[in-house]
Design a protein around this ligand. Structure first.
Ligand code: ZN
Length: 202
């Protein structure tokens, strides 16, 4: 039954939160989590994540916790409520065929919480995620694969499993995948946790 898979993923996320100092420092583990019984929603990207999630963590701190969460998310993928949010005008047709995200914990997540938003995002190889922004502060963490991350006022950084990167409130950011796909676990904090990101102006 898929509720068990969600419980296992939540346990793996909690262990991951405790094991990565940047994650534990970003926000405390929420104390208001309840099961929301959301229906699954399959999209093309959800199929790709199961066949090609990107290379796994190896030889890094907290490798065990990173791998365990990656495996728990893979097991959930067929049952998750995947979303696209962006339009073809904003990101292009190919992007929408090879991208997807879902909310594990948060105001609209499989588990309800008003203290955080924890989402999973997947991008296939050679995708250009255009400049966008949002009110809540954000911590990207990488479960598998790799990509080049950009943020206004910062150098480009290639992130690999176990890496983390913070984005400030309304700080424009973008991302380009290379020859690898990428699977990310993303934390939000602050006001507007249920909001969608917006494309950055011009
Ligand atoms: Zn963001």
């Amino acid at each position: 039954m898929s509720k068990d898979l969600f419980d296992q993923a939540l346990d793996a996320a909690k262990a991951y939160h405790a094991a990565l100092p940047a994650v534990a420092e970003f926000q405390p583990w929420p104390d208001d989590i309840t099961w929301a019984a959301r229906e699954g929603n399959q999209i093309p990207g959800a199929v790709l994540v199961q066949s090609d999630p990107g290379f796994a963590a190896e030889g890094i701190p907290a490798e065990e916790e990173v791998r365990a969460l990656q495996q728990a998310i893979m097991a959930l993928a067929p049952h998750a409520q995947w979303r696209l949010t962006y339009t073809e005008e904003e990101v292009g047709r190919d992007f929408l065929q090879r991208f997807g995200w879902f909310e594990l914990v948060g105001p609209t997540g499989h588990f309800h919480s008003l203290q955080t938003r924890m989402t999973i995002g997947y991008w296939g190889p050679d995708l250009d995620y255009p400049w966008h922004q949002h009110g809540p502060e954000e911590l990207y963490t990488i479960l598998s694969g790799s990509a080049d991350f950009m943020a206004k006022g910062e150098e480009v950084r290639r992130l690999v499993p176990g890496d983390t990167k913070m984005h400030g409130a309304n700080q424009p950011h973008a991302m380009i995948t290379n020859e690898h796909p990428i699977l990310c676990f993303v934390f939000w904090r602050g006001e507007g946790l249920a909001d969608d990101p917006a494309m950055s102006p011009g």
